[in-house]
Design a protein around this ligand. Structure first.
Ligand code: KG4
Ligand code: ZN
Length: 332
């Protein structure tokens, strides 16, 4: 089955063509970094307008890359939520129109569950059940995944998402947007032990994440010691110390979930999973603990439509179809 995947939940307009949820024939992503960088974050109204401009060219480019025409498609998968409503409706309306015009089935997918489907595009996909950590700009969620229709939330952030913390701290350090990549780059030359930053824990909730305290600790430190910003080395040290704190909190909870559920397979996905320090730390610690780790390549960690097409295929096989009267959702 040839699936067209469409993703417009945030600031990436993406389309992909995937065969049988496994073989990626095309994976096109138009980012909007340039548009939002000047505001230091995604401006929903501008994102929606840019999606509107980009969506048809991006779909055309994906079909061209795959060497296929619209009539070759078997079905369409589209992100239904969560995300920015104005952004979601663009991809959703186009997906519905195409499905209707081509008279082919449409499947709606949950954006975070789509991130979980990314490792199914790897040569060796994970077996069910597995523990999954989805770390993105909007979410820090731990799941137990027993099947694509059997996903249980085990823990999440009670305040900021990990990616959001990266973006906010990058702003405090004047490193620009998007923050994750900027911090990772800066941290390469920094000492992760230079600054002692907190590793917040919630009493009685070992799988709950919290990042607003960490962000505040960086803000307070910079207020008390503005000279940190005057030297590239101290900025690098603070970036490295912050990154180490986030990575610690993510890795420790993911491993705890694996142990608590006696499930030695761990999938890590979402934009923050592109972070090299996180990837290395996970691989090192998991190896010692005998845990199999599945990390999609960087391109499949950040938002893309190949993961949407992959999940769409699996849900289709399980009988899911989207009614053309269905709507998008912002949260869930
Ligand atoms: O999954 P994603 O592409 O979009 C959402 O669904 O949110 O994740 C975007 C987030 C941003 O907060 C970005 O700063 C973060 O992922 N990110 C990173 C890295 N690359 C992207 N964070 C840390 N290190 C990276 N290399
Ligand atoms: Zn995402």
């Amino acid at each position: 089955m040839i699936f067209l995947g469409i993703e417009t939940s945030c600031d990436e307009t993406a389309a992909a063509v995937v065969v049988d949820g496994r073989r990626v024939l095309a994976d096109v992503v138009a980012t909007q970094f340039d548009l939002h960088a000047q505001y230091g974050g995604v401006v929903p109204e501008l994102a929606a307008r840019r999606h509107q401009e980009n969506i048809l060219p991006v779909i055309k480019a994906a079909l061209a890359q795959a060497g296929l025409g619209l009539s070759d498609l078997s079905a369409i998968a589209v992100t239904q939520g969560p995300g920015l409503i104005g952004a979601l409706v663009i991809g959703f309306a186009v997906a519905k129109s195409l499905a209707y015009a081509l008279q082919i089935p449409l499947v709606g997918v949950h954006h975070l569950h789509a991130h979980l489907a990314a490792p199914f595009l790897l040569e060796t996909p994970p077996e069910f059940p597995f523990i999954a950590l989805v770390v993105s700009g909007g979410h820090t969620n731990l799941y137990k995944v027993e099947g694509f229709q059997n996903i249980t939330l085990l823990g999440r952030s009670r305040d900021d998402a990990a990616g959001e913390a990266f973006d906010k701290v990058a702003k405090l350090l004047h490193l620009g947007y998007p923050g994750g990549i900027a911090i990772e780059k800066m941290a390469q030359t920094g000492d992760p032990q230079a600054f002692a930053l907190p590793r917040p824990r919630i009493v009685g909730e070992p799988l709950t994440f919290s990042y607003s305290g960490l962000k505040t600790a960086v803000a307070v430190l910079l207020r008390q010691h503005p000279e940190i910003l005057a030297s590239a080395q101290t900025v690098a040290d603070l970036a490295a110390s912050f990154q180490a704190a986030v990575v610690d909190s993510l890795v420790s909870r993911a491993l705890l979930a694996v142990q608590a559920h006696a499930c030695p397979r761990l999938v890590v996905a979402g934009g923050v999973a592109a972070n090299r320090r996180l990837r290395q730390e996970l691989l090192d610690q998991a190896k010692n603990a005998g845990i199999e780790v599945f990390l999609p390549p960087l391109k499949l960690c950040t938002d893309n439509a190949a993961m949407v097409a992959a999940l769409g295929y699996h849900l289709f096989q399980a009988g899911e179809r989207l009614d053309l009267r269905a709507d998008v959702f912002a949260r869930g």
